[in-house]
Design a protein around this ligand. Structure first.
Ligand code: PLP
Length: 390
């Protein structure tokens, strides 16, 4: 648990990305945060130490990452975890048996799996709703509801949840509002400013941005909430190691630059895909044809590099996904390199088939994570793969 200094919050996004959270190195004056690869710290005497006693509780490298990401989200308190799903686990640990959670139905497959296969066994109950209409959220609230959980844009259907509207419902009902901001990143969307209590990230994706570590983050503004999350972080202990924190920290420095390029490439490719005769439908919030494009323009400053496309046949989807040469066939997203995936058999295989179909996640849907390569090369790659896909 790390608190962001006021001075960091006064600066603009790109400056925060490079500098927020960094501490002066007293030993050598290192410009970059050192990797404090240690499990424990020397105490000068009984009860006399520098505030660091044991590395599950506090580690300087982790604290810089926590303050850095919290500052990017415009939040006061950051908490790093070993993965995005470990961060979700910490969020749900705030609740008690018998509590009810309202969640968007089209959340990340692993989030849905943790809720239904782990937490449901421990006495939490869940209602999964189409969160594109906030009336659906309000409609299932009960006196036992303690949390509203939303992901926007969703993975992989690129549906939006109106954060201001859902935040108002949460406030009215006195329940926590948690938002998974992994897809948009704080560069394009800041849920805390729109009424969220907690922002969740898989730092594995855009925040780290180089596909070389797995991690998660929580950011909160309220001191009382931060205290509870900090307790869970230390008591449950799913903390990341210092080297992974350092990698993520190196990633966040270039977040603004990378997101601008993901967004520019994403817009060009989404537009190009809408013109292609073999592509039946393009899901991208930046397209005027997206049913929630107006909302996207209101609550997001850009649309990023995630695009899903409907190819109309499973055979074509499979062939297409296997034929791209620059877009690598792989799980995950948000790295500098372009990736292609088949959600129904990969990231969302754990979501029941009827639930997948209900939200339009067909077996012929393909998801693109558009990287920061030259867009002409990416388009040529998609074109040759579509040509060969039948
Ligand atoms: C990947 C992902 C997660 C889970 O994060 P891990 O780091 O893989 O545990 C959660 N939410 C979204 C939107 C994701 O893409």
């Amino acid at each position: 648990m790390t608190r962001v200094p006021d001075s960091d919050l006064k600066r603009r996004f790109g400056t925060r990305a490079v500098h927020a959270g960094h501490i002066a190195d007293p030993l050598a004056g290192a410009v970059m945060t050192p990797i404090y690869q240690t499990s424990t710290y020397i105490q000068e005497g009984l009860g006399r130490h520098k505030g660091y006693e044991y590395a599950r509780t506090r580690n300087p490298t982790r604290e810089v990452l926590e303050a850095n990401v919290a500052a990017l989200e415009g939040g006061r308190h950051g908490f790093a975890f070993a993965s995005g799903l470990a961060a979700l686990d910490a969020v749900l640990t705030l609740l008690s048996a018998g509590d009810h959670v309202v969640s968007g139905e089209n959340v990340y497959g692993g989030s849905h799996r943790q809720m239904t296969h782990v937490w449901a066994r421990h006495g939490l109950t869940f209602s999964f709703v189409d969160a594109t209409d906030s009336a659906n959220i309000a409609g299932v609230l009960t006196p036992r509801t303690k949390m509203i959980y939303a992901e926007t844009p969703t993975n992989p259907m690129m549906q939006l949840c109106d954060l201001a509207a859902a935040g108002e419902i949460a406030r009215g009902a006195g329940v926590l509002f948690v938002v998974d901001n992994t897809f948009a990143t704080p560069y394009f969307q800041r849920p805390l400013e729109l009424g969220a209590d907690i922002v969740l990230h898989s730092t594995t994706k855009y925040l780290n941005g180089h596909s070389d570590m797995v991690g998660g983050m929580l950011v909160a503004n309220r001191d009382d909430l931060a205290e509870r999350i900090g307790f869970v972080q230390n008591a449950v202990g799913a903390v990341p190691g210092p080297f992974d924190c350092w990698l993520a920290l190196r990633g966040t420095k270039t977040l603004a630059l990378r997101m601008r390029q993901h967004d520019a490439n994403g817009r060009r490719i989404a537009e190009w895909l809408t013109q292609h005769p073999k592509v039946k439908r393009v899901y991208y919030p930046g397209l005027p044809s997206h049913p929630q494009h107006d909302l996207a323009c209101r609550q997001m400053k850009g649309f990023g590099g995630m695009i899903s496309i409907e190819l109309g046949s499973v055979e074509r989807a499979k062939k297409f996904a296997e034929r791209t040469r620059i877009f690598a066939l792989a799980e995950s997203l948000g790295g500098v390199e372009s990736l292609i995936g088949h959600p129904a058999s990969m990231t969302h295989a754990s979501v029941p088939a009827d639930m997948r179909r209900g939200m339009g996640l067909t077996d012929s849907l393909v998801r693109l994570s558009v990287g920061i390569e030259e867009v002409e090369d990416l388009i040529a790659d998609l074109e040759q793969a579509l040509d060969g896909a039948g």
